[in-house]
Write a protein that binds this ligand. Structure first.
Ligand SMILES: NC(=O)c1ccc[n+]([C@@H]2O[C@H](COP(=O)([O-])OP(=O)(O)OC[C@H]3O[C@@H](n4cnc5c(N)ncnc54)[C@H](OP(=O)(O)O)[C@@H]3O)[C@@H](O)[C@H]2O)c1
Length: 257
């Protein structure tokens, strides 16, 4: 089988890394990070050991020129992208009253504008079987103190993905959003800041009794981009061990913080 080509944003660590390493089995891979070249090269080495040809690109997705360069480098190296995974995100977590327009500009540039530009540059050369996968967040659906800005950007990302499913479907391309619950990554650890009581609350509110791992998200991503996922499009697939099924612990968390 011919290898497909995957571009996974934010694939030097966390969820993006787990997804890229899973896709490396049958994709050539563009590994992308913001600035940690060593981490990105280590991921590329692992993908290479799985048989993938690789390209490492560093780019700050808040900068439109660097986003364009990321897409251009991928297309120059491989000629096309078959599987685009928009995973990278960053924001400031603070109450809305403490936010200024410059904060929303940076968050929306990173999460939304970069996605629009990457799709603009790669979708025209996607072949039938192409896949667009975006990584959302429960904060798009549940109000959580301090998460309003990221929640707004992730809500936009979901809506765009749904529209692309309609527009790209006739081209044989599917588009879906995976919404993870709390996942054990560096960013979760920074967020928890050692608060074991909050970690315990999250686990206690998760029906399956543990937090997600990056591998849990990568398993679902691998299925969606496989031929078996070909009839799933325009969907938001929540992978959270059931934490959102009862509305989540967000109200109780407010008492703890
Ligand atoms: N972890 C969770 O609990 C959780 C839950 C729900 C949704 N999510 C979503 O899942 C995705 C991955 O999260 P994660 O926990 O794996 O995060 P992570 O460990 O913090 O990794 C985020 C990745 O995105 C990259 N990135 C962030 N801002 C960037 C920018 N401006 N330009 C370029 N790259 C940038 C980071 O690069 P650098 O390392 O170089 O900065 C890193 O590779 C995010 O969209 C997040 O919102 C995570």
């Amino acid at each position: 089988m011919t290898r497909r080509v995957a571009l996974v944003t934010g694939s030097a660590r966390g969820i993006g890394r787990a997804i890229l390493e899973r896709l490396a089995v049958d994709h050539d891979c563009v590994v992308h990070g913001r600035r940690d070249v060593d981490a990105a090269q280590e991921v590329a080495r692992i993908a290479g050991a799985a048989g993938a040809r690789t390209l490492v690109v560093t780019a700050d997705l808040a900068d439109p020129d660097q986003v364009a360069d990321l897409a251009d480098q991928a297309l120059a190296r491989f000629g096309r992208v078959d599987t685009l995974v928009a995973n990278a995100a960053s924001t400031v977590f603070r109450p809305l009253a403490g936010l200024a327009a410059r904060h929303s500009r940076t968050t929306f540039a990173t999460v939304v504008d970069s996605l629009v530009e990457l799709v603009h540059r790669t979708a025209p050369v996607m072949r039938p079987g192409g896949r667009l996968l975006t990584i959302g967040g429960l904060d798009a659906r549940f109000a959580q103190a301090g998460h309003g800005l990221l929640g707004g950007a992730k809500a936009a990302l979901e809506a765009l993905t749904r529209s692309w499913a309609v527009e790209l479907g006739p081209q044989g391309v599917t588009a879906n959003t995976i919404v993870p619950g709390p996942v054990r990554t560096d960013s979760l650890e920074i967020y928890l800041d050692g608060r074991e009581d909050v970690r315990r609350l999250l686990v206690d509110h998760t029906p399956v009794g543990r937090l997600c791992t990056p591998a849990d998200i990568a398993d679902v991503a691998a299925f969606l981009v496989s031929p078996a996922g070909g009839m799933i499009s325009g969907q938001v697939i929540t992978v959270d061990g059931g934490i959102s099924a009862q509305g989540g612990p967000w109200g109780a968390m407010r008492e703890l913080w």
